[in-house]
Design a protein around this ligand. Structure first.
Ligand SMILES: [Zn+2]
Length: 241
């Protein structure tokens, strides 16, 4: 048991190192996730704007076609007007001309509206394209930063992982299970030291008789207050690597 407790102390030390290495990455992974989300929403908006611009252009073409047809009709009616011989014919053509003129106005207004829409959408499309580019650059930069941090700590991380695997295999499965369960539940901290008759993590007092038992290091004793595995450091120096 003594050996196993020593292994657990070393395991805790390795886990502390691994946590510190992980912390070096800071909130970069979260920042990258946020940038990615933002970029996706900008891309969606850009795509929608492009589609609306295409639709406006198409609609303008349609109304320009309409206008051309109406103008041709108007010219034809004007010519017919010169050739009329009766009042009845004259009135009929005049009505046609009035209707055509109304339609012409309508087409022209529509075209003007669409020219304006096209201008606004073209500007917005450019604006969004520029934003997409900026966010993309930001993202690439952050990803590079994270990659560099990962690379800088990779070797160290791997050697700690290796050490962790070796230590883990030297501890009985049920003890290791208990260690992991406590560690995960208590923020990566499963082993506590007895210092001045107290648990050094939760600071609760430990009776002298209990301290004697802990010092013997021949059984797994948990802190009654925080539930961590108690060890005595003075006789068992923490090995860090
Ligand atoms: Zn405690």
């Amino acid at each position: 048991m003594k050996t196993m407790l020593n292994s657990l102390m070393q395991l805790q030390s390795v886990d502390n190192k691994l946590q510190a290495l992980e912390a070096l990455k800071g909130d970069l992974p979260q920042q990258i996730q946020k940038l990615n989300d933002e970029l996706q929403s900008l891309k969606d908006r850009h795509e929608a704007e492009k589609n609306s611009l295409v639709a406006a252009k198409k609609s303008k073409l349609h109304w320009e076609g309409e206008l051309k047809v109406i103008e041709e009709k108007l010219n034809k009616y004007q010519e017919q007007l010169y050739a009329v011989t009766t009042n009845k014919e004259y009135d009929a053509i005049t009505i046609e001309i009035d209707t055509a003129k109304e339609k012409k106005d309508e087409s022209e207004n529509k075209i003007l509206e669409l020219i304006e829409e096209e201008e606004t959408r073209t500007e917005e499309e450019k604006n969004l394209a520029a934003q997409v580019e900026t966010w993309q650059e930001n993202l690439i930069e952050k990803e590079k930063e994270l990659q560099e941090k990962i690379q800088a700590t990779e070797k160290e991380s791997l050697s700690y992982e290796d050490r962790r695997n070796k230590l883990s295999s030297s501890v009985q499965r049920n003890v290791l299970y208990q260690y992991e369960r406590i560690r995960k539940g208590l923020g990566n901290s499963a082993v506590a030291e007895v210092r001045n008759y107290a648990c050094d993590r939760c600071l609760s007092t430990i009776p002298p008789q209990r301290v004697v038992e802990i010092k013997m290091m021949n059984q797994l004793i948990l802190c009654e207050s925080c539930g961590r595995i108690l060890v005595h450091k003075s006789e068992n120096k923490l090995v860090t690597n």
